[in-house]
Ligand binder design. Sequence first.
Ligand SMILES: [Zn+2]
Length: 120
Amino acid sequence: MTELKPCPFCGNKPLNHQDGMYECRNLSCPIYGKEIYATIWNHRPIEDDLKKQLEEAKELSIEMETIRLYTEFRQQLEIANEKINRAVKELNVALYTLNQDEYTKSWLVPILDILTKETQ
Ligand SMILES: [Zn+2]
């Protein structure tokens, strides 16, 4: 059974005539005394359309927020990548300035340690 909606003009609870007709009994309502079929009484095309538009707007808002967050995340990621690349280049330059033995130790020993630990 569908929910009976209030009067679309005054918001009053309608009188149910038990014969499928509804009536607003508010004396100051523009449809006072008019008996209206239940299906027509509950039919609110503008309200239904507005609710649909509101749902679509909410979905669009969520999509836009997701895109905004994703774009922001990508920008932060690019900045972080640039910083890492710059740091690696600076580190390489610093390591090249060391003698070959120190350079080899500084790179190969930790890597070999990691590789041997991972394969164990
Ligand atoms: Zn009314």
